[in-house]
Design a binder for this molecule. Structure first.
Ligand SMILES: Nc1ncnc2c1ncn2[C@@H]1O[C@H](COP(=O)(O)OP(=O)(O)OP(=O)(O)O)[C@@H](O)[C@H]1O
Length: 238
């Protein structure tokens, strides 16, 4: 079997003794699109924070394309959009993209930025506008644009649809499908089960500190004898 893009093994995370993740095992294959779902406070963001070494964990391991997650080099193939994406307010959109390009070791290309803004339905004016003047949705699109412009092997996105209007959601879905068609791995958290159903090869339901279900959306409906994914989810976290 080929090396998974992401591998979580027996991950245990506590905050001040309170368990949040209690033995998470999850493999995400290269090129796979996996959705992470769970009720508010289930631990989705915590799992992603562990992946990026933003927080420590008590036990278990995480590998990124076969390398320990603590190595900065291991995280190089990943692009990440945090849940509460807040770029420095004093930068313009273009300055932020230049900064991100530099961090990723890439060159800022205004034509690529324009094309990406078009793909995500973001007005080019956002490039010259300070981030503090962006609407919530504009800021989210800027963060997504920075991720996709980084052109990575894997995209890890924490609630990427947050704040997006229906047109932008549709554009983002197209973009994610495009990334997948190029062989990229996508791992994202979402509360929008319709998006999970539409986009994901597999979904993982996190509840009570554990992954209660891992499989295709169709298998999830079948496992819980549910007509819809929403009903299946509710039965799973009951
Ligand atoms: N820094 C922290 N210190 C203490 N507790 C924390 C911290 N961060 C998160 N928690 C707690 O860990 C639990 C999981 O939070 P987390 O943000 O990972 O959940 P989530 O599934 O992403 O939630 P949501 O869907 O609301 O975004 C919650 O009970 C939260 O209060």
């Amino acid at each position: 079997m080929s090396t998974p893009a992401l591998r979580f093994r027996q991950l245990v995370k506590r905050y001040a003794g309170t368990p949040v993740l209690e033995g998470i095992d999850l493999d995400i294959a290269a090129g796979e699109c996996v959705g992470l779902v769970g009720v508010n406070g289930a631990g989705k963001t915590s799992l992603l924070k562990c992946l990026f070494d933003f927080v420590s964990f008590e036990s278990g391991s995480i590998e990124i394309f076969g390398h320990g997650h603590r190595l900065a080099q291991a995280r190089r193939p990943l692009a990440f959009l945090p849940e509460r994406f807040m770029p420095p307010y004093y930068l313009t959109g273009a300055e932020f993209l230049k900064y991100m390009a530099k961090l990723h070791g890439n060159t800022y290309d205004i034509h690529a930025a324009h094309a990406m803004f078009d793909a995500l339905d973001l007005d080019h004016a956002a490039l010259s506008m300070p981030v503090r003047k962006h609407s919530k949705g504009m800021t989210q699109k800027l963060g997504l644009a920075a991720c996709f412009l980084a052109d990575k092997q894997a995209y890890v996105l924490d609630e990427p649809m947050s704040g997006l209007d229906p047109k932008a959601r549709a554009r983002l879905k197209e973009r994610l499908l495009h990334a997948r068609s190029q062989g990229a791995t996508v791992f994202f958290s979402s509360h929008a089960l319709a998006d999970i159903d539409e986009l994901c090869d597999r979904m993982a339901i996190l509840h009570g500190g554990q992954l209660r279900f891992i499989g295709t959306p169709a298998a999830c409906r079948e496992a819980y004898g549910a007509a819809t994914l929403e009903q299946a989810f509710l039965a799973c976290v009951h």
